[in-house]
Design a protein around this ligand. Structure first.
Ligand SMILES: [Ca+2]
Ligand SMILES: [Ca+2]
Ligand SMILES: [Ca+2]
Length: 295
């Protein structure tokens, strides 16, 4: 009897322990991940550390339209551009990925990149990126670059590109079309793979020079540059970019600076009122003394 009871308890305990183990959520490894809307998925497969991140965009054409993409900066006075380091945090919720940096490479500004994937059906789709950079107190003047190695239709070859102004690239490959836009960017460039990633990751100073158009057909890489973004202490600026496949890209806004307000005026404190009171008292006493002298 006791033996049976003991076995029953043992079995129940084992089942409970097993259920606990199965119910535990899987541990998410590292900072990579993916987000989806309908059939379209956007994924960070690897953060580059010293160059662009590995990214995929699938479901908007017959294949993976994106090989790599990333953001780079050059603080005024630097001798080269620097890739944003691996983010401090990365969250993947529904159709939106958010990457954040509390102090980008220790350079005195924070950053948050919010990217949303959208399924346009057909197939078609886009990734819309909003990067906000905020000075941490010392003031910052910086150039920001955004880069993408787009492989339209899932093939790295066969891509042709033209440019409109300095912030709107149009791509074609057979039956597929693409748009790569960066709101209000001051310069752009196209260059065949390995293309602009090594140029923005090396030790030399480079400015995009609007060259490379019309591009291809070939293995397209492209980038945009916002020049001389000047932030007062604790001021921020928001930059937007979009990659669209087989549909028009949502229009990214030009750089938008947060309204910079100096510290609000202080309400007079007790000591201020005290000083005012003392001044009034001195005025009264002074006038009384003058009167006495005159009398
Ligand atoms: Ca292609
Ligand atoms: Ca460079
Ligand atoms: Ca390419």
């Amino acid at each position: 009897m006791f033996k049976k009871l003991y076995l029953l308890v043992l079995v129940l305990f084992s089942v409970t322990a097993f259920a606990q183990k199965v119910d535990d959520p899987p541990t998410l490894g590292g900072l990579t991940g993916s987000v989806s809307d309908g059939a379209v998925t956007y994924e960070y497969t690897a953060f580059g550390g010293t160059d662009a991140a590995g990214t995929n965009l699938t479901g908007a054409s017959g294949g993976d339209d994106l090989f790599e993409s990333w953001w780079f900066f050059r603080v005024s006075g630097d001798g080269n551009e620097t890739p944003f380091p691996d983010p401090d945090t990365a969250t993947y919720v529904g159709d939106t990925v958010t990457l954040s940096w509390s102090d980008v490479a220790g350079r005195g500004f924070s950053a948050e990149l919010v990217e949303t994937v959208s399924d346009g059906g057909g197939p078609s789709g886009n990734v819309f990126s909003t990067m906000t950079i905020t000075d941490l107190g010392g003031g910052t003047t910086v150039d920001i670059f955004v880069f993408a190695d787009i492989d339209l239709g899932g093939s790295f070859g066969g891509d042709s590109a033209t440019v409109s102004g300095t912030d709107f690239i149009s791509l074609t490959d057979a039956g597929d079309t693409g748009e790569y836009r960066a709101g209000g960017a001051n310069a752009t460039q196209a260059l065949a793979f390995p293309g602009l990633d090594p140029i923005l990751s090396d030790g030399a100073l480079d400015n995009l020079d609007n060259s490379g158009f019309p591009f291809g057909p070939g293995d397209f890489t492209g980038a945009f540059q916002w020049t001389g973004l000047t932030l007062a202490p604790e001021q921020g600026v928001t930059l937007q970019a979009a990659i669209a496949i087989n549909e028009a890209a949502p229009v990214p806004a030009a750089p938008e600076f947060t309204t910079f307000l100096p510290d609000p005026p202080q309400v007079p404190t007790l000591s201020t009122w005290g000083l005012i009171g003392m001044a009034l008292l001195l005025l009264v006493v002074g006038s009384l003394l003058i009167r006495r002298v005159q009398n």
